[in-house]
Design a protein around this ligand. Sequence first.
Ligand SMILES: CSC[C@H]1O[C@H](OP(=O)(O)O)[C@H](O)[C@@H]1O
Ligand SMILES: Nc1ncnc2[nH]cnc12
Length: 289
Amino acid sequence: MSEAWHIGVLGGSGLYEGIELEGQQQIEVSSPFGEPSGPVTTGTVGGVRLSFMARHGAGHAKSPDTVNYRANIDVMKRCGVTDLVAISAIGSLREDMAPTHFVGVDQFIDRTSGRVQSFFSEGLVAHVSLADPVCPRLAALVAGAAEASGSTVHRGGTYIAMEGPQFSTRAESRMYRGWGGDVIGMTGMPEARLAREAELPYAMIGMVTDYDSWRDEEAGVEAFDILAVLKGNADRARAMLDELIATLPETRAPSPVDTALEHAIITAPEMRDKTLVAKLDAIAGRVLG
Ligand SMILES: CSC[C@H]1O[C@H](OP(=O)(O)O)[C@H](O)[C@@H]1O
Ligand SMILES: Nc1ncnc2[nH]cnc12
């Protein structure tokens, strides 16, 4: 069965507003998982619905560790989003991925700690596959849109999700390169994990702002350097979104991610925690009934 696209956008550092939408409304959506980062701006472009949330909230009040990733994803799901585009500022761990370039992230190495990693828990256990955390169809559409709107795009890249909020030491930065990391940021996890649990195809487009701290001859990254690159990146991210909406196939064919929970919940029906089942109405209502 095909359906209409509804593109959700999580705007990262420097991207606090989405694109101009027809019939634009700002809505507060509450979640049983707590406070989301802020309201959702929703509307349509050429008949396609788009819903935008600023990941760090108004005025960038939320740090990477205090973003309520579960509430944000839950709210996107409640809004009826079908596919989720994450836009993030990233440091580059490779010479060829230069500041101002875009990287279509396709893998993650999770170095975060102490963040809530799952919607599921005692009383309702689920194990979804995360081998390929990014939806290849959505990633290709996003990368194509970024290229068509004039950005240099690297298709594919491994994102090191670090805890922060401090940037990496030089030794860490060099170690991540040795691990095969291509880019680094602080928010991709647990966001990508939770999107998969919510059966939301997810694609992250990273906007390179700096070379992190692995280049011996250079001073390490500072927030000031990042902010200088962010403004131009935000305009190009908005151009990418305009192009994405304009180039989406007319109808949305199903994605395998739409049914990621199909065989993932392993707690016996009679042992399920009713309170948790109720909280998961938006995330897992499809399979929990
Ligand atoms: C302002 S630099 C560090 C900050 O930027 C990135 O945020 P986001 O992924 O939301 O664009 C990075 O992950 C850090 O949170
Ligand atoms: N070098 C870096 N490390 C972590 N997060 C970032 N976001 C942008 N640049 C970054």
